[in-house]
Design a protein around this ligand. Structure first.
Ligand code: HEC
Ligand code: HEC
Length: 357
């Protein structure tokens, strides 16, 4: 036995005998710590609801199946190549792993695609919150010149009918006089999206399973709370519930290396571009942090490549703090516990109607 090992052994033995003398078993001490942390966490976060418990009359199996088909359908876009699935893909945990998404005819979008998982639980959709619901988000994508590039709802409805979707829409919306409509297109996609919840080890922890998080993740959770991250990233989606300024201590681009964008005639000012109100300049929706460890790159323009770097940037820009490498590693371990399984129905490619001609 070398000297240091011997000392470690001796001190462990001393510790055990002292604890033994006090008759407090080691496990009981950490059980209490775990219980305290679980209850602290439950005051700030909430486990995801189970999909079965969602009370939403839209969620019939036929509507969800239609929504899934439409999510994968590329022939509705003006160049026939782009579907939701292009930028929200199972291979990249519901995102596209690009700094900036690429739309029709190679047009580069000014923002990074967030994951599509759990988004029905966010306060609103998009970084500026300019879409109230997942249904409105899907509805407006059809006529967006960079996304689907269609010119009218009628054009979309004609395409869907020609592609052979009438029976699927009729089965999903039997009471409608006009089943193939852009409204039903977005309702069905919304229904599908509402099923895309990704329970993670952190949910098991919140429900009382102390073993669901590693030691490092638990220390990271403590740090996440004590440093102030949970002041903005809280609730069921660990973020996504409020709007906050990005760059409280200094201009964000000085730290992220972001560049001005033509679409915004300069640096992205977040909600300002939707409301035109100066008070909204640089206010962004706080993103959810569920699945953040597997949805690099980071921030609204994908300007930061790695999660440890994103954590450091946040501490500096939002809280004026410098974290040690160890603290960053622990917070990253905690964030990894927010990675859920890809919903099984999302990854399996659906069979789409073959065009009749
Ligand atoms: C060309 C790539 C692209 C396509 C195609 C696309 N998206 Fe997105 N999606 C994005 C980008 C980029 C954003 C962020 C936009 C913003 O915040 O301004 C986004 C945002 C979203 C959001 C909001 C997420 C959040 O956290 O706020 C949802 C939901 C969503 N998309 C669903 C869909 C659905 C459904 C479709 C198909 C109807 C679709 N997307 C098609 C790139 C795409
Ligand atoms: C004052 C509010 C606030 C605080 C405090 C805060 N954040 Fe954020 N966070 C935001 C906002 C707003 C964004 C979105 C910035 C953008 O991309 O425009 C964000 C983005 C992020 C992202 C990138 C998410 C993605 O998908 O791109 C991570 C990771 C993150 N925060 C982690 C943290 C951590 C860790 C802490 C504590 C050290 C923290 N945040 C503290 C508001 C906050």
């Amino acid at each position: 036995m070398n000297q240091s090992k011997k000392w470690a052994w001796v001190s462990a033995a001393v510790c055990a005998s002292v604890l033994g003398a006090l008759s407090v078993p080691l496990s009981a001490l950490s059980d209490n710590d775990d219980k305290a942390l679980i209850s602290k966490a439950n005051a700030l976060f909430k486990p995801l609801p189970s999909t079965d418990a969602l009370e939403n009359t839209e969620l019939t199996p036929l509507r969800v199946a239609l929504g899934k088909a439409l999510f994968y359908e590329t022939r509705v876009s003006s160049d026939g190549r782009l579907g939701c699935v292009t930028c929200h893909n199972a291979a990249y945990h519901g995102a596209d792993a690009l700094a900036l998404s690429v739309g029709i005819q190679g047009k580069v979008l000014p923002r990074n695609a967030p994951t599509v998982f759990n988004t029905s639980l966010l306060v609103a959709q998009h970084y500026g919150g300019n879409r109230a619901s997942v249904e409105e988000q899907a509805y407006k994508a059809l006529l967006s010149p960079v996304a689907y590039g269609n010119t009218s709802n009628e054009q979309v409805e004609t395409k869907l009918t020609k592609l052979g979707y009438m029976p699927l829409f009729k089965a999903a919306y039997p009471a409608d006089a006009k089943p193939v409509s852009v409204e039903n297109w977005s309702r069905a996609i919304g229904a599908f999206e509402r099923t895309l919840l990704t329970p993670a080890p952190f949910d098991r922890f919140l429900k009382g399973d102390a073993q669901a998080l590693s030691k490092s993740a638990k220390l990271g959770l403590e740090k996440f709370i004590s440093t102030g991250c949970a002041g903005c990233h809280n609730g069921v989606t660990v973020g996504g519930q409020t709007y906050q300024k990005f760059g409280i201590t200094q201009d964000y681009w000085q730290v992220t290396g972001s560049t001005p964008k033509d679409a915004f005639k300069g640096y992205d000012k977040g909600r300002f571009h939707d409301t035109k109100n100066e008070a909204d300049a640089f206010i962004f929706k706080v993103p959810q942090l569920r699945n953040v460890a597997v949805t690099a790159p980071y921030f609204h323009d994908g300007s930061v490549e790695t999660l440890p770097q994103a954590v450091k940037v946040m501490a500096q820009l939002q809280l004026g703090k410098q974290l040690s490498e160890e603290e960053v590693t622990q917070i990253v371990s905690f964030l990894e516990s927010l990675t859920g399984d890809i919903p099984s129905d999302f990854a399996k490619v659906p069979r789409l109607p073959a065009a009749p001609n």
